[in-house]
Design a protein around this ligand. Structure first.
Ligand code: SAH
Ligand code: SF4
Ligand code: F3S
Length: 453
């Protein structure tokens, strides 16, 4: 470690893995560091402080962290002046702490301790020793994160999870549920609106449990209405848990034009036997009842889900039940995962993993089926007009890309868009995952294309 003074400004870069809650936390940490006089740089190569914001939900993201830390250690041994930090879900686990020790990580900050980041950077400079902070700090819940300079703003409304799905590491990494106050949420929402954010994404592991058991807080449906009443053009939320998904949320969606008609409702499996072994607290029939109510009240709703394929003990019959549920719901899209046995979870301890070939083959089959279904659903939009928040250059530089109110990925020719913002787009063609369209008007726009790309 290079000797430096406590007051020395660092050039910081954060690499973010995992879900949107991690993206929000990255923004919080960067805001804190900037407020403390440090400078954010665009690439790891320009940084002298690199922080990895990690995910531990499956084995793959953990492997990625190990590879990156190995590379940083090599560079440090070769003489690069670099402080390495690790935050996020992996940092909270014994597994992550072992990795941190092995690779000489300087700063380790758990998901409940991100407000400690400035202190951590100072302490490492002062003491020339690693600094770890793994408490769940209550101050975090009312901490105000400044608005981002982007068109979509993430806003964490609650942290943690009180469920105990047998496959899942998240309750261990993020602790029990804590809801933020209505005031702090609305404060952030209004600041985002003033700074030009067009779409607020309310985030939590189970947003529907917001305020549960707290007489001083509104329900999630009431909170949604409050945020919609700010007049922000779009409000989205994720993730909903079927167990706590109540009719009043559907009513709020149906009644407020700016609450997007898009629901991500993870089912995980279509088989009751598997759901029971996963300790998901609903069954197929209840899940389908919720879907029926949503479709009746919000006719143009777009639905997506998460599915785990190859959970221990899943038979061919169980898997067929997942396929048939998918077809029955007519999801627009799905995040499909192969079961990953995570050390420390109940299913890791108590169940035998299925052979990898079985899991891979089923995942491939589901992906193939899903492609056809999504294509069919996407094709229905050809000729229709959608409102699209165009945010950035697409991988193919001839296009810019954004998301519709209902979360479809939409590409339009770059030549048709001067600035990023909200446009109306007529859909010309559809692939399973993407809609291609022509701009037919704009609703609101602001960021010059050069800046946003
Ligand atoms: N709180 C959300 C999901 C959070 S994790 C919910 O309950 O729906 C995001 C997704 O990762 C989960 O929905 C699940 O599909 C997947 N996942 C979690 N643990 C996993 C594991 N061990 N193996 C494979 N996928 C997993
Ligand atoms: Fe994990 Fe289940 Fe909690 Fe979602 S509800 S975070 S899957 S334990
Ligand atoms: Fe990963 Fe943690 Fe999110 S484990 S999915 S970063 S809550």
């Amino acid at each position: 470690m290079v000797n430096r003074s406590r007051a020395e400004a660092r050039r910081v870069h954060v690499i973010t893995h995992g879900c949107q809650m991690n993206e929000y936390d990255t923004h919080t940490v960067l805001s804190e560091l900037v407020a403390g006089g440090h400078q954010v740089v665009d690439t790891p190569a320009d940084a002298d402080l690199i922080i990895l914001n990690t995910c531990a939900v499956r084995g793959k993201p953990v492997e990625k962290v190990v590879t990156m830390l190995g590379e940083f250690r090599k560079q440090k041994l070769a003489g690069r002046d670099l402080t390495v930090g690790m935050m996020g879900c992996l940092a909270q686990l014994d597994e992550g702490q072992e990795i941190a020790r092995k690779f000489g990580v300087d700063i380790l900050v758990g998901p409940g301790a991100i407000t400690d980041i400035l202190n951590a950077v100072d302490m490492v400079a002062e003491n020339q020793q690693p600094y770890w902070s793994l408490d769940f700090k209550s101050e975090l819940h009312e901490h105000l994160t400044p608005a981002p300079d982007t068109l979509t703003g993430f806003l964490t409304i609650m942290r943690g999870c009180n469920h105990n799905c047998t496959y899942c590491i998240v309750p261990q990494t993020r602790g029990p549920e804590v809801s933020r106050s209505l005031e702090s949420i609305l404060h952030e929402a209004r600041a985002m609106q003033r700074s030009g954010v067009q779409e607020i994404y309310l985030l939590g592991q189970n947003v529907n449990s917001y305020g549960l058991g707290r007489s001083d807080l509104p329900s999630f449906a009431e909170l949604l209405r409050h945020v919609a009443d700010t007049g922000i053009p779009r409000v989205k939320f994720t993730t909903s848990h079927p167990m706590n998904f109540t009719s009043d949320v559907i009513d709020a969606m149906a009644e407020h034009e700016n609450i997007c008609k898009y629901i991500h409702l993870p089912v995980q499996s279509g088989s009751d036997r598997v759901l029971r072994r996963m300790a998901r607290e609903y069954r197929r029939e209840r899940y389908l009842e919720i879907i029926t109510e949503i479709k009746a009240k919000v006719p143009d709703v777009v639905l997506s889900t998460d599915i785990i394929v190859g959970f221990p003990g899943e038979t061919e019959e169980d898997f067929s039940a997942t396929l048939s549920l998918y077809e029955e719901v007519e999801y627009d899209s799905a995040y499909m995962f192969m079961y990953s046995a995570r050390p420390g979870t109940p299913s890791y301890k108590h169940f035998d993993d299925l052979p990898r070939e079985v899991k891979t083959e089923r995942l491939q089959r589901l992906i193939e089926r899903q492609k056809g279904w999504s294509h069919r659903k996407n094709h229905r939009h050809v000729g229709r007009e959608l409102r699209v928040l165009i945010k950035e250059s697409a991988t193919d530089a001839q296009y810019v890309v954004g998301h519709s109110d209902q979360n479809h990925t939409v590409l339009v020719p770059r030549s048709q868009v001067g600035e990023m913002g909200l446009y109306t787009v007529t859909v010309d063609t559809a692939t399973p995952h993407t809609l291609y369209g022509t701009v037919s008007g704009y609703a609101a726009q602001r960021v010059p294309l050069m800046m946003a790309s």
